[in-house]
Design a protein around this ligand. Structure first.
Ligand code: NAD
Ligand code: 89V
Length: 339
């Protein structure tokens, strides 16, 4: 019988709905969503009623009153540091949504605090838990394509992300810290650590304050080279949102993803098509279903890591290495105004 873990969620906004559905689905595996908190009472009460939890509008009060085994922070990036500091001050295992922090100094502070308090800290970075990425990684590890030496990792869309996440257009640091952090983590997941990186940033959306397009070139310590790119400024049909399209080449073959989560796997001269499109969960909807399925898989990893007393795959230390790439890209890639 799996140990039961009482979970408190902080931030009941747009994406947190997926967290709460996923925790509810994980109840048979030990997850008990007992408390939800939002500074907006209407959001806190709506979430509490929908998911059968107690409602709070003050995270400190929730942590003081509830005996929690795990805190899940799904607020915006500006509050990740104070929320993590608060949760770790109570020595409660903590998950925080991406981006880990607003800059490397905040990220280092949270990693050090986790170490100093001996408390579990992980980042909800879910792109590597998307079913297509899990299948790609499994194929790489099987040796079917040999040693990966080149890759292109691409998230190019014109999807109206701004309606659901209006704050993105107001961020001076936009696509790299919000979306680049995902695709750079996928690059690390498939090709390992990075030796150096260069980046070109563009602001192609005049209504956004920050960069909405990033194109990066990475040299991995393995010697592999990857092109990693992300934009909300594409105008293509069909649009691949929210899929990350990957091309990976090795000395024995290649893996190419096509829109619809289809994998074309070439190994030793033969190509096989694999359908990696996840089932649409009852609470999910296309085209978000790939991301929503990954939330369930990410939360399951977090739950099992806490139950087993081990670091999560996307631990604070691990995700700090991804975040360092975001900072490197900002240092290397100056945004030049469009002519
Ligand atoms: P949102 O603004 O819709 O929700 C954030 C919520 O946090 C709001 O309801 C706000 O009232 C609440 N909040 C703010 N400060 C608080 C505090 N001190 N205590 C309690 N509640 C507080 O934002 P969102 O779009 O849901 O994004 C939240 C986080 O999730 C961001 O870090 C974002 O990058 C991330 N996100 C991740 C994914 C993904 O995993 N693929 C997708 C979308 C968003
Ligand atoms: O992570 C995010 O903020 C979402 C995405 C679609 C990229 O997952 O917008």
């Amino acid at each position: 019988m799996a140990e039961r873990i009482a979970i408190g969620l902080i931030g009941c906004g747009f994406f947190a709905q997926n967290h709460m559905h996923a925790w509810t689905d994980l109840a048979p595996e030990g997850a008990d969503l007992v408390a939800v908190c939002d500074i907006d009472p209407a959001k806190a009460n709506a979430a509490a009623e929908k998911f059968g939890a107690r409602a709070y509008t003050d995270a400190s009060e929730m942590l003081g009153r509830e005996k929690l085994g795990l805190v899940d922070i799904a607020t915006g990036q500006a509050t990740h540091l104070p929320m993590v500091e608060l949760a770790l001050s109570h020595r409660v295992p903590t998950i925080v949504q991406k981006p880990f922090g607003q800059d490397m100094a905040e990220v280092r502070r949270m990693v050090e605090l986790s170490r100093a308090t001996g408390t579990f800290l992980a980042v909800h970075e879910n792109f590597r838990f998307q079913l297509p990425q899990l299948k790609i990684n499994e194929i790489i590890r099987s040796g079917a394509i040999g040693t990966p030496t080149w890759a292109r990792i691409s998230f190019r869309t014109g999807y109206d992300i701004y309606t659901g996440q209006p704050y993105l257009a107001r961020q001076a640091r936009f696509v790299l810290i919000d979306l680049g952090v995902h695709v750079l983590d996928v690059a690390r997941f498939h090709l390992g650590e990075v030796e150096h990186l260069t980046a070109e940033l563009q602001r192609r959306n005049p209504d956004a304050i920050g960069e909405d397009t990033a194109t990066m070139l990475l040299r991995h310590t393995s010697g592999a080279v990857s092109m990693v790119e992300c934009t909300y400024g594409s105008r293509r049909i069909p649009d691949s949102f929210p899929e990350t399209l990957v091309e990976i080449e090795g000395d024995k073959g290649a893996i190419i993803t096509r829109i619809g989560s289809r994998l074309e796997v070439t190994s030793n001269g033969r190509m096989e098509e694999i359908d990696a499109d996840p089932a649409v969960l009852p609470w999910a909807e296309r085209p978000w279903h790939v991301a929503q399925d990954s939330v369930l898989r990410t939360n399951r990893e977090m739950l099992q890591a806490v139950q087993q007393g081990r670091p999560a795959a996307t631990s604070a230390e691990d995700n700090a290495r991804t975040f360092a790439l975001v900072e490197a890209a900002y240092l290397k890639g100056q945004v030049r105004p469009l002519a």
